[in-house]
Design a protein around this ligand. Structure first.
Ligand code: ATP
Ligand code: MG
Length: 567
């Protein structure tokens, strides 16, 4: 750690990313009039995932931090794959993360006219030509990185002929794939992207915004840099796979620019996570082939899936801060993300009692019909969250695995003759149990309580090793709880050569428990409310939940279930 990262107080400041450093330097030098203006350019062909959140946090985050602006620009250059449903979800997800583009909602299609004019201008200047060859032939002429490509026989056709053909391409006179417009750059450039790249193709699909107006559509490379330029973008931040496209980005902007102002493309590493995959195409397959219930299935890495799972925007941002931005591709461990959400939920969620797999406990010496209210702290990390009272009665539920007939050594929970504390209430002692006659399973556990051991009372010196959570049987509210595990059982499901990722789908990624019992304070919860079920993990109210049928999703388990309970 360099000295610069240690502040005056000796605290460690997070290091500034290389991108942030470039921005700081550019602003210091007064480049582009001392402005910073970024954009987030999603293609509306799927829902946003946590990888996009990394780009969003950078694009919007840098603009926010340095007094600039960030545009939202839908990259809708391909009418074949795009849908309005995706546009709405993308906007919702960016807002959920806490960012706003104000009135700067743009579409690459807003610029189709300008882009077309620019293409015509390039033809006029001898910098573009219509090629009548098929895609296969063009690609066979590309050469290899070490061997120059072959020039198209149409490369040197008359400007007027290219102008005429391009216009007719756009009038719909030719079939898709029969002709393209190519930039005339350098067929022997060591960078393959510069070997006369295709910049326009014929597509006869209706576009969701421009309808039937266009029959030719710009390629991504022809749209992106120019849109940046039209919008006055200063820093065009994108992922590393675009690095080899940068000379083309620069070339195209250079032919267009009329002043010193020029957007600069800077690349950073994509976010990849273990046991997940990010490709929108593959995520769509999971949805369409019904491996998941939808784009917002809580096992999906989509932002709507993570939201439904119980992730907060803060936890996602914290995670992204933690992993940072580099020039090297790597896969981040999903446990880092889980750590970030645990940390965040620890501070903000109330603790409650919920029993997922109930076992009845009867306190035989507790008067029938009596009920006490015991007071419990809602969050030991935050006094301002106050206290609540929970009813304690003769019949309670505890977890099935908190009782064992023949416990191993160091089992500090309930067993014949053993004592435990019921959190917030009394110490109880197990006197016996009964079995279900048919199945042999343990049916009820009989205990006695010691009235002098009420939590918080000064009278009892008695100490026990184990503390259990519990719910009063007559007050308990029934609930369904969905426990999630990783969707894939391979750390890199999409990165296995010759192996389909479907092979690595975890068949046990969802377990539904239908007979859970939760404390009565949870009767009136709302969708997405978040709780710590004590000793079990963090849980969030699912959209399927109704007042008559509560449904919770487990966001993440507790790291150390036993350390937390006695806090
Ligand atoms: P996918 O491969 O998932 O289909 P994409 O790159 O085609 O993603 P776009 O909608 O084009 O998706 O992405 C919008 C922006 O988000 C781009 O700037 C892209 O670089 C960035 N982005 C996409 N995926 C990631 C990721 N995994 N990590 C970081 N940034 C990403
Ligand atoms: Mg893309």
């Amino acid at each position: 750690m360099s000295e610069e990262n240690i502040s005056g107080k000796g605290e460690i400041k997070p290091p500034v990313s290389f991108i942030e450093q470039i921005i700081i330097d550019d602003l210091k030098e007064g480049k582009n009039g001392g402005r910073i203006h970024t954009r987030f350019p999603p293609e509306p062909n799927g829902y946003l995932h946590i990888g996009h959140a990394k780009a969003i946090c950078l694009d919007f985050g840098m603009a926010l931090k340095y007094g600039g602006k960030c545009n939202l620009r839908f990259d809708d250059t391909n009418p074949v794959k795009e849908e309005v449903e995706y546009i709405d979800s993308i906007k919702e997800d960016i807002h959920w993360l806490g960012f706003d583009w104000e009135d700067r909602e743009y579409y690459a299609s807003d610029y189709f006219g300008k882009l077309y004019d620019y293409a015509v201008d390039l033809i006029r200047r001898g910098l573009a030509y219509v090629d009548d060859q098929s895609a296969e032939i063009i690609s066979s002429q590309k050469g290899t990185p070490s061997q120059p490509g072959t020039e198209s026989p149409f490369r040197n056709r008359q400007t007027s002929e290219s102008l005429d053909l391009f216009e007719r391409m756009n009038r719909g006179e030719f079939d898709e794939g029969s002709r393209v417009l190519r930039a005339k750059i350098d067929m022997s450039s060591p960078n393959m992207q510069m070997r006369d790249p295709v910049i326009y193709r014929i597509l006869k699909t209706s576009h969701h915004r421009t309808g039937e107006t266009w029959k030719v559509y710009p390629m991504y490379d022809f749209a992106h840099g120019q849109c940046d330029y039209f919008e006055g973008i200063t820093h065009s931040l994108c992922t590393l796979e675009f690095e080899i496209h940068r000379p083309l980005y620069d070339w195209l902007v250079d032919q267009l620019k009329t002043s010193d102002y020029k957007p600069r493309q800077i690349e950073f590493n994509r976010l990849s996570l273990t046991y997940m995959m990010m490709s929108k195409r593959k995520l769509l397959e999971l949805v369409e082939e019904k491996y998941v219930s939808g784009w917002d299935d809580p096992r999906m890495p989509t932002l709507c899936g993570l939201r439904r799972r119980g992730y907060t925007p803060e936890s996602i941002k914290k995670f992204i801060d933690l992993i940072g931005y580099t020039k090297f591709e790597a896969i981040n461990d999903v446990t880092l993300l889980e750590h970030a959400v645990r940390d965040d939920l620890n501070m903000r969620t109330p603790r409650v009692f919920a029993v997922l797999e109930p076992l009845k406990v009867i306190i035989t010496n507790y008067p029938d019909g009596k009920c006490e209210e015991v007071e419990l702290i809602n969050n030991p990390e935050d006094d301002s969250m106050g206290k609540r009272s929970v009813p304690f009665c003769r019949e309670l539920y505890i977890e099935q695995d908190d009782f064992m007939e023949n416990p191993p050594h160091k089992y500090f929970r309930l067993a014949p003759g053993a004592e435990v504390r019921l959190k917030g209430a009394y110490i109880i002692r197990c006197e016996g149990f009964s079995r279900d006659e048919r199945t042999g399973a343990i049916k009820e556990v009989y205990c006695t309580y010691d009235p002098s051991t009420r939590s918080g009372s000064q009278t009892s010196e008695k100490k026990v090793r184990g503390t259990l959570h519990w719910v009063s049987a007559i007050h308990a509210v029934n609930a369904e709880v969905r426990l999630y595990d990783r969707l894939f059982n391979h750390a890199d499901p999409a990165g296995q050569k010759d192996e389909d990722y479907r092979k690595f789908i975890n068949p046990d990624s969802l377990r539904i428990l239908n007979e859970c019992k939760v404390e009565p304070s949870l009767r009136s919860v709302h969708h997405l409310d978040k709780f710590q079920f004590q000793r079990l993990g963090y849980f969030c109210v699912d959209y399927d939940s109704t007042p008559d049928h509560l449904v919770f999703n487990r966001t993440v388990s507790l790291k150390d279930t036993w350390a937390k309970i006695n806090k």
